[in-house]
Design a protein around this ligand. Structure first.
Ligand SMILES: [Fe+2]
Ligand SMILES: [Fe+2]
Length: 185
């Protein structure tokens, strides 16, 4: 009887293992955590909108705008230049910067608005569409390209991102989330 080829356990090769394998560098881990938090905030906003809670909508929109400002700033200051330098694909980075600029224009408008303004929800909604599309592109194209081009350098870049993020959060008067803080050590 022919011997069966030795089975490789699914846990080591399946999608979950691959997801873990690509999440281990400090730079993209930090950015992915930000993405998760931002997506969660947009979901919470949609729930507050359904519940008709103007005060909660305002608070969530403010928090989302603050998170987005800091996230896009550290990407533009530290992560994008490194990707641009190493990947040899400047267009991918330029497009991402243009998308940041569109989001930033909406953020500026939102920050000057009352949550009971009839245009408020529409602006958050369009901002959410822009940002979700942008996050998808980054995770599907830019992060894999960064891992390929930068490799082990991503850990040092992750430390820079974490340090700059902490500084910007402090300037904006936002408390550091405990798990984000721990990950920098
Ligand atoms: Fe981005
Ligand atoms: Fe991002």
């Amino acid at each position: 009887m022919a011997q069966l080829p030795q089975a490789v356990p699914e846990a080591r090769t399946g999608p979950a293992a691959r997801a873990l394998a690509v999440r281990k560098d400090a730079a993209t881990s930090l950015l992915l955590e930000d993405h998760l938090r931002i997506k969660k905030l947009f979901k919470q906003f949609a729930q507050a909108r359904m519940a008709g809670s103007t005060a909660l909508k305002k608070q969530l929109a403010q928090q989302t705008c603050a998170e987005l400002r800091i996230h896009t700033q550290i990407e533009e200051e530290i992560f994008y230049p490194a990707v641009r330098r190493a990947s040899g694909d400047p267009d991918m980075v330029f497009e991402a910067v243009v998308e940041h600029a569109s989001a930033s224009a909406l953020i500026n408008q939102l920050e000057g608005m009352r949550a009971d303004d009839p245009m408020f929800d529409a602006r958050v909604s369009v901002l959410s569409e822009y940002v979700l599309h942008h996050i998808k592109q980054e995770e599907a194209e830019m992060f894999p390209a960064a891992r390929k081009a930068l490799g082990a350098e991503l850990d040092a870049i992750g430390q820079q991102l974490a340090a700059r993020k902490a500084e910007l959060m402090q300037q904006a008067g936002i408390a550091l989330e405990p798990h984000v803080h721990h990950r920098t050590h």
